[in-house]
Structures are given as structure tokens and as C-alpha cells.
Design a protein around this ligand. Structure first.
Ligand code: BV8
Ligand code: ZN
Length: 258
């Protein structure tokens, strides 16, 4: 059944609109990546404190590394889904479209998105605890961590753990984009993890039209002007199909809008 969305939203699906797409684990669910909360969520099976904090890594580096190795193996076998592809189409269509993701799975870039603000890092990256060296493209899944090639220090997954600051400047860039956008999509996030979860409220406060896409109402649903209940892999392609064939960037002056 085609997705019903408002004429207001349809009126915003034209290039001059500045768009932010904010995503969480739910956009990868239809690819087979387990989400964190809700049915079959990772946190139902694993304890955050034991796996996704710097203290956990300091206490049991091997166990934490194995868990990330398990997640990488899982993600390496799957493909971006139609929701990721639709987001990449948005970026190509709107001259001003910024993707802000909490996800670390790398599926947005594999789907063709390029302008990505990764709030919580990248599971395919490693970082040296001692000298901060950033290793990237860890495509193979290592059973255990080699020492840092620069200083022999300990390498860790290049993600942001609970209790850690977000990468310098990334959240600030996200807030800047959100404050100046005209259309804000919040896709597949429970809006339970901060400071990322503040973005829908910031968008609302700064005058953006806020649309939530989720299979259930999130903790930030009250900030949305419109909640589209359903799977991201079904709703986002329908939204992308509504993009008229005006190529990105061509905007008529009188329609120049936020
Ligand atoms: C920090 C990387 C400064 C690792 C992750 C207030 C302000 C600031 C901080 C805090 C604060 N209050 C509390 C804190 C501390 C903490 C926090 O937020 N705790 C929560 C639990 C209360 N925040 C931090 O520690 C952050 N650091 O703020 O630094 C600081 C430092 C110290 C003290 C204070 C401040 C760092 C947080 C980053 C943690 N790292 N990931 C890894 O992945 O292993 S978080 C992890 O959760 C993932 O990144 C994930 O993306 C993210 C958020 O979850 P969601 O993406 O929303 O996923 P979830 O499973 O929850 O929900 C899925 C949704 O999809 C659901 O709504 C579901 O309905 C929907 N869905 C499912 N299927 C579909 C679907 N929707 C559409 N279609 C479908 N098919
Ligand atoms: Zn090092």
C-alpha cells in the first residue's frame, strides 16, 4: 500500500530545500544488522557495560575486540538496503543534503552516500590507544589485535563508546546543518542515545519540518510534525520516487528556501 504523506512534505521535496537525514540502527535492520534496542536488540543479549565502554575495553580488550569482530563478520556479509540507496539518491538530488548517522556499519557509504557525519565512528576503523594513530579499512576480520605499527601500543575499535566524547567537531557540524535545514528526517532511531538524540528537538526549534520514519514511535516522536510508521526500506524509496526530475542544485530564485 503506497505510503501516505502530507502535501506539506511533498511541497518540500524540491531542490532548494536544505535537507538533513538523521539515521540510527533501524535503517540497517532490513539489511540484517541487529538493532540495539527492541525485539532481538543487541543490548537484550549483551550488556553495554561489558562491551561498549572504555572501561570494558581496558578490563577485557580481547572480549571486546571479539565482539566487534563478530559484528564486523556479520556486516561484511550483508548489503545496503533500499533505504540506504534512497538516502544516497536524496544526496544526489538535493544540492544541500547532509546525512548524520549514529551507525558504525558503513552501509551508507557502500550505498553511495558521500557527505556523511558519523557521530559514533566506524566499525571498520581502528585507533591506537597510545598514540592515536588511525588505521582504516580493516576489511578482514582479525581474530586478535596486532600492536600499533607506529608505537606498538594497543589498537581499539574506531567507534565512540558510552562515556566517550564524540569525534571533535562532528556533532557541532551536525547541529549547524540541523539548525539551518528546512526538512529533517529522523530515520530508524529510538532517540535514546545522547547527544545525538537531541537533534530532532534542535531541528524543530529552528523551524525545520520534522519527519520521523520508524516502525514505532520513538522517544523523539513528539518533536515530529509527521510520523511515517513503517519500514525505512519501504517508506524512503517511496519518498525518493516523489523527487521530481529536477536535477540537484537547479533552484528557481523565487523558490529559494531553507
Ligand atoms: C557523550 C557506537 C559526552 C558503538 C554507540 C546527555 C548528554 C550527553 C550524554 C549523555 C546524556 N545522557 C546520557 C549520556 C551518556 C550516554 C547516553 O546517551 N546514554 C544513554 C543510553 C542514556 N551518551 C554517551 O556516552 C555519548 N557520549 O555524550 O560524550 C559525555 C561523556 C561522558 C558523560 C556525559 C557526556 C556517546 C554515545 C555513543 C555510544 N555509542 N555506538 C557501537 O556501535 O558499538 S551508541 C549505539 O546506539 C549505536 O550508535 C546506535 O546507533 C545508537 C543509538 O541507537 P539507535 O541507532 O537509535 O538504535 P536502537 O536500536 O536504539 O533503535 C533502533 C530504532 O529503529 C528503533 O526505534 C526501532 O523501532 C527502529 N527500527 C527497527 N527496524 C526498523 C526501524 N525503523 C525503520 N525501519 C525499520 N525496518
Ligand atoms: Zn600507536
Amino acid at each position: 500500500m503506497p505510503v501516505q504523506f502530507s502535501s506539506k512534505l511533498q511541497s518540500l521535496l524540491i531542490p532548494p530545500t536544505r535537507v538533513v537525514v538523521f539515521t540510527g540502527a533501524g535503517i540497517s535492520a532490513e539489511s540484517g544488522v541487529p538493532t540495539f534496542r527492541g525485539e532481538n536488540g543487541l543490548w537484550n543479549e549483551f550488556r553495554v557495560e561489558e562491551l561498549a565502554t572504555p572501561q570494558a575495553f581496558a578490563a577485557h580488550p580481547g572480549r571486546v575486540w571479539e565482539w566487534y569482530g563478530w559484528r564486523r563478520q556479520l556486516i561484511a556479509r550483508i548489503q545496503p538496503n533500499p533505504a540506504h540507496l534512497a538516502v544516497a539518491k536524496f544526496e544526489k538530488y538535493f544540492a544541500n543534503c547532509c546525512l548524520v548517522t549514529q551507525n558504525v556499519d558503513g552501509l551508507h557509504s557502500r550505498a553511495g552516500s558521500e557527505r556523511i557525519l558519523r557521530l559514533h565512528g566506524d566499525i571498520w576503523e581502528v585507533r591506537c590507544v597510545a598514540c592515536g594513530l588511525h588505521g582504516t579499512d580493516l576489511r578482514e576480520v582479525l581474530p586478535s589485535l596486532p600492536p600499533c605499527c607506529e608505537c606498538g601500543g594497543t589498537l581499539r575499535p574506531g567507534v565512540v563508546w558510552f562515556g566517550e566524547m564524540l569525534p571533535a567537531g562532528v556533532f557541532e557540524s551536525a547541529v549547524q546543518a540541523v539548525e539551518s535545514c528546512g526538512l529533517f528526517f529522523s530515520v530508524g532511531t529510538s532517540a535514546e542515545v545522547f547527544p545525538a538524540a537531541q537533534l530532532p528537538a534542535i531541528a524543530r526549534r529552528h523551524g525545520a519540518y520534522v519527519v520521523e520514519v520508524n516502525i514505532e514511535r520513538s522517544a523523539a516522536a513528539h518533536e515530529a510534525h509527521e510520523v511515517l510508521l513503517g519500514k525505512a526500506g519501504e517508506i524512503l524509496p517511496e519518498l525518493a520516487a516523489h523527487l521530481q526530475d529536477t536535477p540537484a542544485g537547479r533552484s528557481t530564485p523565487e523558490t529559494e528556501s531553507r
